[in-house]
Design a protein around this ligand. Structure first.
Ligand code: ZN
Length: 276
């Protein structure tokens, strides 16, 4: 076995560095921000909403633990959307304060930066961590595969219904960030596992929009994931499904001094092809 171990690291330190003081100021000056919008997403449903560049958004545990399946697009160009796989490489497989979510090619820029995560789960005895990028959304196709049954309120379906009014469709739904979800890979068999969400009433996950965003969330029909959806112990987890709150805030202009919305990648090559 080779000992070689390396990760995605920039040749120029600045490329992935964030101005932590800037984001800490945004996160801590809560009394100076103005509430733009707030709403509740009921159980087993989805909703999409805009967050403008320079605004903050919180996903809030309003009753009790509940997992949120999150998608994000550029508000004005939905081809630019969140890229879970590259975010895992540039950031981590579970994200928290200070991590960013990156967009797909050919854009590859930070779409949002996480400013405040009250969960602070760390790593547990099984290697489980919170706010998951290893997995993806539940969907009716895998449900049919595993159970033979049809179910219309999987996260994929909830997100599909949520984005239709914004001119998007099922094909625009993409791999998610599972907010408030604890996951890991088993040490012996390298299999994906999930655990009950540790979130409690009042917990929140807050981010700063680096570009104009369309965000969407599904309140997972698995609820807090304390009851298996599949397998021999499966049961209907509707008793552990809870609504989630969303709050959008505008911080005062002076807190945004010096910040600039990031530009898409400036790679202008032709992938090795000559101009025809
Ligand atoms: Zn789900």
């Amino acid at each position: 076995m080779t000992a070689k171990l390396w990760t995605y690291l920039p040749s120029d330190e600045g490329a992935l560095r964030i101005d932590r003081a800037f984001y800490e100021r945004l996160a801590s000056n809560t009394e100076r921000r103005e509430l733009v919008e707030s709403f509740i997403i009921p159980i087993r449903s989805g909703r999409a909403w805009p967050v403008r560049a320079g605004q903050l958004c919180r996903v809030v545990i309003v009753e009790g633990a509940q997992v949120a399946d999150f998608n994000a697009w550029h508000l004005h160009n939905p081809r630019e959307r969140f890229w879970a796989a590259r975010t895992k490489q540039l950031e981590a497989s579970h994200v928290t304060t200070g991590n960013r979510l990156w967009s797909v090619l050919p854009y590859l820029r930070p779409m949002l930066t996480i400013t405040n995560d009250t969960i602070d789960y760390g790593v547990d005895e099984d290697g489980g961590r919170c706010h998951d990028l290893l997995g993806t959304r539940c969907d009716p196709y895998v449900n049919k595969l595993l159970t033979g049954e049809e179910f219309d309120f999987s996260c994929h379906s909830n997100l599909t219904r949520a984005v239709l009014p914004w001119g998007l469709a099922e094909q625009d739904v993409h791999d998610v960030l599972n907010i408030f979800q604890v996951t890991g890979l088993t040490a012996d068999s390298d299999r994906y596992f999930m655990k009950p969400s540790p979130a409690r009433k009042g917990d929140f996950f807050e981010f700063f929009a680096e570009i104009d965003l369309l965000c969407a969330i599904s309140t997972c029909p698995g609820g807090d994931l304390s009851i298996p959806l599949w397998g021999p112990d499966a049961a209907d987890p509707i008793s552990v499904c809870r609504p989630l709150g969303v709050e959008v805030y505008q911080p005062p202009a002076e807190l945004l001094d010096g910040w600039q919305s990031p530009q898409p990648s400036d790679y202008r090559g032709m992938h090795g092809m000559a101009v025809p």
